[in-house]
Design a protein around this ligand. Sequence first.
Ligand SMILES: [Zn+2]
Length: 427
Amino acid sequence: MDAQRRIVDGDVVVVGDRIQAVGPGRAKAGAKTIDCSGLVIIPGLIQAHIHLCQTLFRGLADDLVLEDWLAKRIWPLEAAHTADSIYWSAMLGAAELLLGGTTAILDMETVRHTGAAFEALEAIGLRATAGKCLMDAPTAPAGLREATGPALEEAAALCEKWHGAANGRLRYCFAPRFAPSCTGPMLRAVSDLAERHAAMIHTHAAETPAELEIVRRETGDDELSYLDSVGISGPRAALAHCVWVDGDGIQRLARQQTNVVHCPSSNLKLGSGLAPIPEMLAAGCRVAIGADGAPCNNRLDAFSEMRLAALVQKPRLGPDAMPAAQVLELATLGGARALGLEKEIGSLEVGKKADLAVLDLSGPHAQPESADLVSRIVYSARASDVRHVIVDGKVVVKDGGLRTAKLEEINREANKTAGRLRRAVGL
Ligand SMILES: [Zn+2]
């Protein structure tokens, strides 16, 4: 994913947390090596819209329309979270992500216990920009609604503590849930805080026509235009979904270089629609991909999202829409931009952070070897093809096994806490 999109037969040399060399014969004698002969080393995949706090809700909210999905399941479940359940929800999600070759995420937590998610992320070794969800509108659900001032104070305190922690691997984002759940003063304050702390803003936008209608009724404005008027736009902002965006909206997103995060599985499962991603890319928009939360997917699998991102556009625009190489770019360089880290991650280049995934494409589903390599990665590969993963120069997955935490313990504790949450909301 360098500027020339080269495919190199050689070594990747890592010193400390950075890539020192890429090319044939670059490994020095005596260096500690991982033999990747016959394997494919790619930049770690980046997902720019994840809710780790929802991993324990997997399978608890299937086949519902978004409004019921939120009001009857997700909001009561989020309100029932404890610090313990947030921790294990993050561990379970992060384990799945790392084992599937995702090395960095933009994450939206719930309103409480965000510190517990950061503790899990610190321990397990995923690169993450995460933020406490903000909801202060009078119409926000009672179990999650917070007063504007204290919510912003907590967000600022979390930012002070975690933005740049773990050698810069952890960063904070300000995460208003979406326009209808926040007051105008809250959104304006978020914009100022993000600017002051050089942090990203992570929110949802234009996911359903109902959402656009609420914003129009309450503000008299189009949602993207309203968000812009309160300072939620530009390279510092990442907007998940952007399904219902017209030509003017696309021009606005492109002009302001706002990050759009495409979540094809979530948009399909919730019946939200099809985001006009090829039109956005043609207009010069910044686009990343993401799995969204486990209850609306139900995987956190970058390979599924890449494959779907390519396939879903083709019935509408023809089979030449969204070619594999363009999709791989969304899952690497596009994600890096959406995290504000384009100088640090997203490609295998000298000086960048050593975030790598190593794939074994010898399975019959990804053969023959003579097929185009990018095609094999985007259309054929699956999460279980990931052999090794390195984040920030540390080996976090080796031979398909998680090295930074015990998977059996994560499964046991996640099951225990998921059961407790389910009983708390009567499911
Ligand atoms: Zn979401």
